[in-house]
Design a protein around this ligand. Structure first.
Ligand SMILES: O=C(CO)COP(=O)(O)O
Length: 263
């Protein structure tokens, strides 16, 4: 029997529509000052700033040889052309972005993003060497109806349509129950594990390779993650990191989240 691969935890700060480029520089500098080589050896740390901050973050990361990774919060499914207001995969790749979140519930809710679009964006990101952080998760009514696992797996299936195993293995899937985002209501760790475990189970079905792909995919939990609850969440076998909104805007709190083993 082969030993399953170890998945390096990924702590990513989704800044959403917060911090201008000057604030971004100050924030990343503060974060870089606080984090040590020991932190980076144990955990991958990433920030996901607004588009307008990315060039500043890139300059800082390159100039100071920082080990912080960064990425965008969305991308266009198209490579270029008459798509006013959109940002393409090649543009993000040129900025040396590592990650891009795709299908965040706020994109689904306010911009009508659906499974086919999420799928097209996943393919666009992969084509340009970006690692998608594919966001899935149910609204409160769906959870109350007991349909949360099926709902989340439907979103997963849609996002991964025709994505080959080799590409899928490098993906990050973020399970973010919508009712736990920005509400202070964290999903109980066992409830989060139930869905994250089901996601890994589905990956093992979608990629028929004795679980090899499924075991490599990193699955994050997101929704009101804080220093005070991160350790319990990270103790779950199928949770490999956190996608952090509000708490990632507070450097001290985010550093504590990165150091989840000390909490
Ligand atoms: O949506 C989220 C991260 O993508 C979670 O946001 P909060 O951590 O603010 O609940």
């Amino acid at each position: 029997m082969t030993t399953p691969p170890t998945r390096t935890p990924l702590m990513a700060g989704n800044w959403k529509m917060n911090l201008n480029h000057l604030e971004a520089i100050a924030h990343v500098q503060k974060l870089a000052f606080a984090l040590t080589d020991k932190d980076y050896e144990a955990v991958d740390v990433a920030v996901l700033p607004p588009f307008t901050d990315l060039r500043s973050v890139q300059t800082l990361v390159d100039g100071d040889k920082l080990r912080i990774r960064y990425g965008a919060q969305d991308l266009s499914a198209q490579d270029s052309g008459a798509y006013t207001g959109e940002i393409s995969g090649p543009m993000l790749a040129k900025l040396n972005c590592t990650f891009v979140t795709i299908g965040h519930s706020e994109r689904r809710q306010y911009h009508g993003e659906d499974e086919p679009l999420v799928n097209a964006k996943v393919k666009a990101a992969l084509k340009h060497g970006l690692t998608p952080i594919v966001c899935v998760g149910e609204e409160l009514a769906v959870r109350e109806a007991g349909d949360h696992v099926a709902h989340t797996l439907r979103q997963l299936d849609g996002a991964l349509q025709d994505v080959p195993a080799e590409a899928a293995a490098g993906l990050v899937i973020a399970y973010e129950p919508v009712w736990a985002i920005g509400t202070g209501k964290v999903c109980g760790e066992e409830d989060a594990q139930e869905v994250c475990g089901a996601i890994r189970g589905r990956l093992a079905e979608l990629y028929d390779d004795a679980g090899a792909t499924a075991q490599r995919v990193r699955i994050q939990y997101g929704g009101s993650v804080k220093a005070g609850n991160v350790a319990k969440i990270m103790a779950q076998p199928d949770i490999d990191g956190a996608l952090v909104g509000g708490a990632s805007l507070d450097t001290d709190e985010f550093v504590k989240i990165v150091r989840f083993r000390d909490q």
